[in-house]
Design a protein around this ligand. Structure first.
Ligand SMILES: Nc1ncnc2c1ncn2[C@@H]1O[C@H](COP(=O)(O)OP(=O)(O)O)[C@@H](O)[C@H]1O
Ligand SMILES: [Mg+2]
Length: 287
């Protein structure tokens, strides 16, 4: 159940650092904004935030920790980012923010709830790991996306996170949505599917949970460059594979976020994806 009443909340998380959580959350947010939704991105990686850096907005005036301390309002923290997406930046390198007490976390959710009615969807960019903040934010999310890469270490951590989410849900008697898997740095649609299927089968066997795949993203110089040049690749003019992949991931949230003005775009995108994918893979493509 969303903590923000009518505004749905999606948490992008992942067991391991560096797997692409911020890349996915930021570009998915931009993609949803580009297609007409009012999107609020919240940097919930409170100790080591970097969403604002991804967008080249490092000179922001107010951050989450100041709103929490009462020195400004949450509204004061909102900055407009690329593509019309709105962003609430967090502090970086603040030890106290890295470990948020339960009270401060509840206060933070209350503060976000105050600004939530202005938006169609709220996307949270989470820290790595299975700390209480990550589990707490997931427990109030409508959807949880877990980002992994094909690497064993990332997959093991993704499994650990899905397990911890289940245990936390049972312990605190809340229904945490079964996470959906995003495979970043996949070589192609087939590898993305295979990696997600492997993780899913382990979860089915040991956790009695069946996480579906929400999408995949290729390793791409454009993605790497867009991180380095501080401009989201979702806004690049040429519609390349990585952009189609982010469109596909964002379209998973279509029903939750309302239609926006995306009808036409998505039909065109679907046709382009079909063209880009070689024929043998097409039959197997269900993501
Ligand atoms: N698909 C990709 N292709 C190329 N580089 C990527 C890709 N995904 C992420 N990166 C790069 O990897 C680094 C870590 O990504 P980031 O999104 O910050 O990870 P996390 O938030 O999980 O720690 C960044 O420099 C980012 O630009
Ligand atoms: Mg990050």
């Amino acid at each position: 159940m969303s903590a923000f009443k009518k505004t749905p909340f999606v948490l992008v998380t992942g067991g391991k650092g560096g797997v692409g959580k911020t890349t996915v959350a930021g570009n998915m947010g931009v993609e949803l904004a580009r297609t007409g939704r009012r999107v609020l991105l919240v940097d919930l990686d409170l100790g080591l935030s970097n969403l604002d850096v991804l967008f080249g907005l490092s000179a922001v005036e107010a951050r989450i920790d100041q709103a929490l301390d009462g020195t400004c309002s949450m509204q004061d923290c909102i900055v407009e980012g690329p593509g019309g997406v709105h962003l609430i930046p967090a502090a970086s390198g603040e030890e106290a923010m890295g470990a948020l007490s339960e009270d401060r976390q509840a206060k933070l959710l209350e503060l976000i709830a105050e600004v939530a009615p202005q938006y169609d969807i709220i996307v949270g960019d989470s820290a790595a790991g299975i700390g209480p903040e990550v589990l707490g934010f997931a427990s109030v999310a409508d959807r949880v996306f877990v980002v992994t890469t094909p690497e064993l270490a990332a997959l093991t951590d993704a499994y650990g996170l899905i397990k911890a989410l289940g245990q936390f849900g049972a312990r605190s008697d809340v229904d945490i949505p079964t996470p959906e898997i995003i495979v970043n740095h996949a070589k192609g649609v087939e590898e993305g599917k295979a990696v997600a299927a492997k993780l899913r089968s382990i979860c089915e066997r040991f956790l009695a949970r069946s996480p579906r795949q929400a999408g995949w993203l290729p390793s791409s110089v454009h993605v790497a460059r867009s991180g380095a040049s501080q401009s989201p690749f979702a806004l690049r003019p040429k519609r390349a594979l990585e952009q189609l992949c982010i469109t596909q991931i964002a379209s998973r949230l279509e029903r939750l976020a309302g239609r926006g003005d995306a009808d036409e775009l998505e039909t065109a995108d679907a046709a382009m994806v079909q063209k880009l994918i070689p024929t043998p893979a097409r039959a197997a493509q269900t993501v």
